[in-house]
Design a protein around this ligand. Structure first.
Ligand code: NAP
Length: 316
């Protein structure tokens, strides 16, 4: 372990983490971003983003590239492809242990985001990479002229179903109710797209495969009838769950597992903040993640200034 103590270590290099790094760096703080993969976060895999102010339409990876280019103008330590194995957030000096090293900091910003929820049905996990995918942008091109199914009724499901129509000859969009929670503008586009067939009031029961996925057994929850539909691939988009395993028994969570913060992004622990999809926020968008990051970056600067002044007073 090096003797270095960062002012702030940011856990996660998505839009929230990058924005907090920008604000920390502009506050002249010595900060580092640690990410298990490359910088960018979940939006790298979004097909298109059209609700980030200033861009009519931009591909997820392009926006993330712009974020990264922006923070590259500052002296921020980027620790990519570092898997965090343990964190100690309760002490005054926080310790972050990765598979390669141990880092220390006066403050920590948790920006670890969220992962896709699983359907938890037979044939799902067994067939990941063989027809089950949680990323249309990554795998859509494998389904040229094929038949796929998207499950879910939120923004992700509808947006990715639309994206998949650029490859697939048919996209079933299956939802457990008859009303979608996705934005109305996306719903209209889905209704107008001839390649999309809606299957409402239905849930998947089992994904069947030989070498790759070939069909799905579904249940209509109104008629109670089961049916088998032939498909080549299935994309569950049924929501997200926060990446919080590292912080259990340290920070406080709400009943859904999201980290509780106040409106300055502070958690229950001194010097620990949470931002973006991992926290209990009413809206999970790139624009709100970036806004969380700005608030946390400024709050960390204020916190460290107060800490310095308190130390000085103690010395006098
Ligand atoms: P979401 O909004 O939580 O929607 C999840 C959908 O999956 C819901 O329609 C839900 O049905 C359904 N569902 C949940 N569990 C299910 C299960 N076990 N079986 C079948 N269906 C199930 O999730 P999301 O679409 O992934 O979006 C996550 C967040 O990111 C949201 O806040 C969303 O607004 C945001 N987002 C924004 C954009 C954008 O603005 N461009 C794009 C993508 C995502 P019910 O409706 O019946 O609950």
């Amino acid at each position: 372990m090096s003797n270095k103590i960062f002012d702030c270590i940011i856990l996660g290099g998505g839009p929230a983490g990058l924005s907090s790094a920008l604000y920390c760096a502009r506050g002249n703080l010595d900060c580092a971003i640690i990410d298990i993969s490359s910088i960018g976060g979940a939006p790298v895999n979004y097909c298109e983003i059209e609700n980030y102010l200033g861009f009519d339409k931009i591909k997820g990876f392009e926006l993330c590239e712009k974020f990264e280019n922006h923070i590259n103008n500052f002296n921020i330590t980027k620790l990519e492809y570092e898997e965090i194995t343990k964190v100690d957030l309760k002490s005054n000096i926080k310790t972050i242990t990765t598979k390669n090293s141990t880092y220390r900091a006066k403050t920590v910003i948790i920006a670890t985001g969220a992962k896709p929820k699983k359907l938890n049905i037979k044939g799902e996990v067994e067939n990941i990479g063989k027809g089950v995918s949680y990323c249309a942008v990554c795998d859509g091109a494998f389904y040229k002229d094929k038949v796929v199914m998207v499950v879910g009724g939120g923004n992700s499901a509808l947006e990715e179903a639309l994206y998949l129509t650029t490859f697939a000859k048919k996209v079933y969009l299956m939802h457990r109710r008859d009303e979608f929670r996705a934005d109305k503008i996306i719903q209209k586009r889905v209704q107008e797209n001839k390649k999309i067939e809606l299957i409402l009031n239905s849930i998947p029961l089992e994904i069947m495969a030989d070498k790759t996925v070939n069909s799905v057994k579904i249940l209509n929850n109104q008629t109670n009838k089961e049916k088998i539909i032939k498909i080549d691939g299935i994309f569950p988009y049924i929501g997200i769950e926060p990446n919080i395993e590292l912080f259990l028994h340290q920070v406080n969570f709400d009943k859904f597992g999201f980290i509780i913060t106040d409106n300055t992004m502070k958690t229950n622990l001194e010097g620990v903040y949470a931002i973006g999809d991992v926290r209990n926020t009413p809206l999970r968008q790139v624009i709100t993640a970036v806004s969380d990051g700005a608030v946390a970056g400024v709050e960390v600067s204020k916190y460290l200034l107060n800490l310095k002044e308190t130390m000085k007073e103690k010395e006098v």
